[in-house]
Structures are given as C-alpha cells and as structure tokens.
Design a protein around this ligand. Sequence first.
Ligand SMILES: [Zn+2]
Length: 259
Amino acid sequence: MKKAMHPTERRSISVQDYIAEFGPRLDEHGKERLRIRPRCPGCSQPLSIRGEERLQYDPVFAHMPDDNPPYCPLRNQATHRYEFLHDVPLNHERGAMIRASFFQHWQQHWSQLRLLLDKFADIADFIALIQHADSVKFWSRPNLEETDIPYIFLAWKEWPPVEKTRNGRREVLRSTWIRFLFDSRVRTFDDIWIRTQGDPVIIKATYKAPQRTHSPNINHLLDTDVININRSFLDEKFPEAPPFVIKMMHHEFPRELGL
Ligand SMILES: [Zn+2]
C-alpha cells in the first residue's frame, strides 16, 4: 500500500512523507537508522517499506512476515461483510425521526457518499441501500447518529469499478475497486459503538479490479486512506444532485419526500 498510518498520529502518511519525517533507512555512516515504524491502519501492526532503495519504483508499505499474524481487515476481509448482528432494543420513535431527517438531507448524504467514491456512484445503489436499511430497521439502532449514515452505507457493500456505455462504446469512469473497512476492533456494525465509542478508524481501501477472482484481496491492494467521520457535513455546502437523480429519488420515495 502506498499510504499507511503515521507512527504516532491518526492520519495517513505516504512513503515519501515518512522518509522526509523520519529519515532514510540508512544513516550517513551507512548504518540502519532507528526509526519508529508506520502502522497498518487495519491491524495497527508495524509495517516495513518494500523497495525503499529504489524510490523511483514506487516503494510501498507492507506487513512484516509473521507466522501468527493478528486479525487484519485488509488481510482477512475479502469475504467478510459488515452487518448488524447484536440483538439490541430498538428505539423506533428516534428511528422514525432519524429517517425523516435523513430524507430531508438526502442530497447531503448522497453527496458525502459520492465524494468518498471518487465522485462516481450510482443512485440505484444509494436507493438499494436505503431499502436495505428499511428492511433491517437500521434507523432504529439505539446509538446511530445521522452523520454516521453515509459511512455505514459505504461499508455495507462493495464498490466495483464504474463503467458506462455511451453511443455503444464502453467508457470507464472509475477503474478502481473501492472497499470501506473499519479497524480490527470492529467486526460487526454494532462494534462501532460498543468497542470504539463511535470513533472507529475508517479505511478506504483502493484495489486494482481483479481479473479472475470475484472480489479483490490484499494482492490487489493499491492504497489505503484513513477517513475521519465528518460530523458537520449536514451544515456544509454541497452540489445539487442532477435532475435524473432527483427524479429517481422522487419516484422511489414520494411519500418521504413530500410529493
Ligand atoms: Zn494490517
């Protein structure tokens, strides 16, 4: 991966920035420099740099060999999907309020989600996520905050490359496969509130689209970014959704959108 977690701060760092801050591998006497290692955003284990001597060939951070590695979502997550598994008392009154507020702000949620998908997302996926949320009574989970919603939506499904056909020609809009993961403390969505007090590390993992396998694994991993939940996006400016997106939302949710 091109970026990892900074050794002491909660942010991503590139190999180049790491070397600029902590120095190259060898000191001026040609001796191994004692450096504090960057960490994997998924499992917090120290990482090594592969290819540091050949900076022109894009060195990357890599897990260190370990016979018994701890659980790491980047290594072990290829087939795991996050769900709500804990049976907790639901708060339907609050859930109805959050859902109503979500529909009032749906364009902000959509814009936040799209932004984190490098601006290419399909409104049909957003609609399917809302319907899935309804079917599992998502809105009534006791600790849910409205600002959590786009991040949970992003982690709820895989985001394969986006293509479109124009005049009979296939056009690639986003060639990478994107997956949103939480750090290793979070195995089910409930753990966000149970094990991280609502402050999980969210990892945006970008993969090369796999040719043969069904979904990408660590061998396809290109990069990771540490995402901090934006708690103020509902108050920020956002681009208005195009007419066809608004039309589809109105068609699917006429009652919720006051039509
Ligand atoms: Zn890891």
